[in-house]
Each structure stands twice: as structure tokens, then as C-alpha cells.
Design a binder for this molecule. Structure first.
Ligand SMILES: Cc1cc2nc3c(=O)[nH]c(=O)nc-3n(C[C@H](O)[C@H](O)[C@H](O)COP(=O)(O)OP(=O)(O)OC[C@H]3O[C@@H](n4cnc5c(N)ncnc54)[C@H](O)[C@@H]3O)c2cc1C
Length: 449
């Protein structure tokens, strides 16, 4: 029998079943199909070759970075080829005087920060996991430092992308601002691998501040913690991280790492200053605001070692929750709402969890109005966990918020897109069809054209 074009293998494709099966599941608890194979690109030319082959034979392509995304972005739904760009990990250039770096998409945020630290610079976007910059751009990632530095949209100046016909385009310019033409760079940021493959990024770097300090502040209740956080934003305190944990979270941390935290809601705050004397004033100001809201207990950290210990505790929250619920999967919501709605959203999370009989911990980036609810589930409680997520999204949308502040729509949150965007979904589908008429890139994710 004469082979059809689809039988002709993509250049360098790995078709081992053990490798392909690794893509059928992720943190969502949803299952994907076994993909056709994995292609590992090492250059833009490799990506072009794979995309041209895929377009010619009609096989869809899913771009792959560090595989840390949380919403089923990478689950194959048909016969896709996984186009892994994580080995494209060269830092091409650091322009110290322009505060930019040019990188391949597989460079991770920690790799970049380590490379630019000798210049007194850092790349601030921190989604917790050591994700690739290509994957972070594709999900518009943000994290603990976004309250000060913004997420990927604010920190990516230009992209090189390969589109569905295998053409290489440069989007954006290496300048602090531009008003030129439609902003296609920002269209690709957050597109979840559905519009093309990012093969190069120019990102902003920031000077490492002269002095930084941290403080953990415990409050009698959620409202007090939220009000203190809102006041910190309102007084324009130079806050670079502003994280919330509820009482369930502090209990989990105490159980996991002997934290000795009061079992009550807390804020973890980082501030920046131009000198160590100024830093003391800033920290005094933060604690004064906390006292206005009934501060129960505070712990200040100024040395590098103490700050690391304080933030290590915050970063160990997810392992602590996992340890408290062995054998469970975990659903993590990431709705974002206006500051005035945060306390209501946290209270609602606990009320809905009680109604549905599931456990919940709330914690996250309160400085961005983006508080996560983490719900452990077993086979028997998976549907209830999903209902919990639906109720949280319903609430966020009803008060003008968003279904996803940072993780993206992927597959798991696709059912919320129409409720959030209404008729604008028609425009999104038109964009997808115009850029990817064959529905070649990550089909079935974000929206159906
Ligand atoms: C413990 C933990 C904590 C997390 N906390 C946060 C958080 O605070 N904030 C946050 O934003 N996220 C968070 N995440 C989610 C995750 O780290 C981000 O979504 C991250 O941006 C994904 O990057 P990645 O390299 O792993 O991409 P992948 O998971 O490999 O891919 C993600 C998506 O991007 C697409 N993609 C990947 N590379 C490219 C490319 N080169 N071109 C085009 N499309 C591409 C893929 O097709 C997919 O749709 C967390 C994850 C974990 C495990």
C-alpha cells in the first residue's frame, strides 16, 4: 500500500509508547489521548520544518515547554504531535544598558535570573514552578511579584513566532513603548499555544533593589487581613510581593514544617527601598498599617537568610496541603476579583466548600486580587470539586472578575469562556480562524473556532 502523507514521519519524531503515554494525564484529573509522537526542536528551523510537515499532512501540533501548566493545556485530544521546545534554551544576548535579554523559548525563569544576576539585574515574573519563558508567555503567567512588576505581557517586548503556514514573524519591538499597528505580540501572549509557536523572546530586566525586607503578619480574621492588604496598596507602599494565606493554610504549614505560626490568616509581604535606613521606615509603616487592622503577631526578616526562610515557608504551602491529603488530586481555582470583592470571595469559598462537603484552603496573590482555592479530591469527590470550581467562577464573573487570573483557559476552564466574554468569543474565534485556518495548533483548547 502506498503511504499517505500522514504516514510520513515528522523529522526527528519520537514514537515510543512510553514517551507518548506520559502526555495523557496532568494535575487536572482529566485524561488526554495518546499523541502521535514527540518532536524535540533545537532551533527555529526545526520548528518551521515540523509545522510545515504538520500543515502538509494535516496533523495538529501542541507546543510544549516545561509542562507545568495546570489547566489541561497539553492534553492531546486527537492525533497531535507534541512539539517540545524546552531544549531551545540559549540565552542569546543580555543588553545590560537597555535592560533586556533575548532568549530562546526553552530558557527557564530561574536560568535567566541566574544569568543576569552578575549584572545586578533580575527577571521578576515568578509563577512558582521553574517554567520556560515560552510557556510563561503562552499562558501570560504571573505570580508573587506581579503586584510590583506585572506579568508576562508587561515584561515581554517582542516575540518571534512560527505561524500555521511555517512563516517566521517578529512581533513587537525592543523599546519601552510603541503605538505602531495592531498589538499582535500581546495577542500571542496568553494564547495557550493555539496561534503559533514562540521561538524567541525579548524580555525586560529590572535592577535588583538596593534593600529588600520581608514581614509575616497574622490577623484575627480574613476581613482584617484583606483590609490591611488593600490599605497597603492604597498607601502606595513599595510592596513587591503581597501574599495571603488563610487559617487552614497556616495549620497545614504548621503541620508540615513546624512553622509555629498562629493558626489564623496571614499576609507575607516583601518591600523594596533605596537604603537600609529607608527600609526600616518602610517596614515600620507596613506594620503600623497591620496594627490598624488588629495585628496579632508579626515576624520581620531583613537578612537574606531570614527572608529566604520566611518565603520558603510560603512556597511550601502546596507540598504541605498535599502532605495533609495523601492519595488525593488537587483542584486549584485562580479566579481574580477587584480588591473590594476579595473578602467576599474567600468567605464564599469556605461556605461553598462546607455546602459541598469538600475541604478548602485559600491562599495566593492578594495584591492582584487573585486568591486560589485548593480543593483535594478523590475519585468519589471529583465531581464535587468541579462543582466547587464552577461556583467560584460564577461568583467571580457575577462581580466583574475573571475565571482565570494567571493559569489560562487551557482545556479545564474552556466552559467558562463564553460566560466571561459573551459576543467577544466570536471575535476570538475569527482571530483563531484567520491565523490558523486548519486548526493546526493545540485544537480544542481555549475555544473552538
Ligand atoms: C506548583 C505550581 C505553582 C504554579 N503557580 C503559578 C503561578 O503562581 N502563576 C502562574 O501564572 N502559573 C502558575 N503555575 C502554572 C505554570 O507554571 C504556568 O502556567 C507556566 O507559565 C507554564 O509554563 P511551561 O513552560 O510549563 O509551559 P507548558 O506547561 O509546557 O505549556 C503551557 C501552554 O503553553 C503552550 N506553550 C508552551 N511553550 C510554547 C511556545 N514556545 N510557543 C507557543 N506555545 C507554547 C503550550 O502549548 C501550553 O498550551 C504553577 C504551576 C505549578 C506546578
Amino acid at each position: 500500500m502506498t503511504p499517505t502523507p500522514a504516514d510520513v514521519l515528522a523529522p526527528g519524531i519520537d514514537t515510543r509508547l512510553s514517551v507518548r503515554e506520559g502526555f495523557t494525564r496532568d494535575e487536572t484529573g482529566l485524561r488526554g489521548r495518546v499523541p502521535r509522537g514527540v518532536v524535540r526542536a533545537r532551533s527555529t528551523a526545526d520548528v518551521v520544518a515540523c509545522v510545515r510537515w504538520a500543515a502538509a499532512v494535516g496533523v495538529p501540533v501542541i507546543p510544549v515547554g516545561a509542562r507545568t501548566s495546570l489547566e489541561g493545556h497539553l492534553l492531546p485530544l486527537g492525533d497531535e504531535v507534541m512539539l517540545d521546545v524546552s531544549a531551545m534554551s540559549e540565552i542569546i544576548r543580555v543588553d545590560q544598558s537597555d535592560f533586556v535579554a533575548v532568549v530562546q523559548p526553552g530558557v527557564t525563569r530561574r536560568q535567566l535570573s541566574a544569568a543576569v544576576s552578575p549584572y545586578g539585574l533580575h527577571f521578576p515574573v515568578d509563577p512558582g514552578a521553574d517554567a520556560t519563558l515560552g510557556g510563561m508567555a503562552a499562558t501570560n503567567a504571573s505570580g508573587t511579584t506581579s503586584v510590583r512588576y506585572g506579568g508576562m505581557r508587561r515584561n515581554v517586548l517582542s516575540l518571534t513566532v512560527v505561524t500555521a503556514d511555517g512563516t517566521v514573524h517578529r512581533l513587537g519591538r525592543q523599546v519601552a513603548k510603541t503605538s505602531s499597528g495592531y498589538d499582535l505580540k500581546d495577542l500571542f501572549i496568553g494564547s495557550g499555544g493555539t496561534l503559533g509557536v514562540i521561538t524567541e523572546l525579548t524580555v525586560r530586566l529590572h535592577p535588583v533593589p538596593d534593600s529588600q525586607g520581608s514581614v509575616r503578619l497574622s490577623f484575627p480574621d480574613v476581613e482584617a487581613a484583606v483590609d490591611a492588604a488593600t490599605d497597603l496598596i492604597g498607601t502606595a507602599a513599595p510592596v513587591s510581593r503581597l501574599e495571603f494565606v488563610d487559617a487552614a493554610a497556616t495549620s497545614a504549614l504548621n503541620g508540615f514544617c513546624g512553622g509555629g505560626l498562629p493558626p489564623s490568616p496571614a499576609l507575607f509581604v516583601d518591600v523594596e527601598a533605596t537604603s537600609s535606613a529607608a527600609l526600616v521606615d518602610v517596614l515600620d509603616g507596613v506594620e503600623a498599617i497591620a496594627r490598624d487592622h488588629g495585628l496579632l503577631d508579626g515576624c520581620r526578616a531583613q537578612s537574606a537568610a531570614d527572608r529566604t526562610a520566611l518565603w520558603d515557608m510560603r512556597h511550601r504551602l502546596f507540598p504541605a496541603i498535599k502532605a495533609a491529603h495523601p492519595g488525593h488530586g488537587f483542584l486549584v481555582t485562580d479566579t481574580a476579583v477587584a480588591y473590594s470583592r476579595i473578602a467576599e470571595a474567600v468567605a464564599r469559598a469556605h461556605r461553598v466548600a462546607d455546602e459541598l462537603g469538600v475541604h478548602v484552603t485559600t491562599a495566593g496573590h492578594i495584591g492582584d486580587g487573585n486568591v486560589h482555592a485548593v480543593v483535594p479530591y478523590s475519585g468519589a469527590t471529583f465531581d464535587r470539586a468541579r462543582r466547587f470550581s464552577d461556583r467560584m467562577v460564577e461568583h467571580a464573573l457575577s462581580v466583574g472578575g475573571t475565571a482565570t487570573g494567571e493559569h489560562g483557559i487551557g482545556l479545564a476552564k474552556k466552559r467558562y469562556l463564553a460566560d466571561e466574554h459573551g459576543s467577544a468569543c466570536v471575535l476570538m474565534a475569527a482571530v483563531k480562524t484567520a491565523l490558523d485556518p486548519q486548526n493546526l495548533f493545540n485544537p480544542g483548547k481555549v475555544l473552538d473556532p
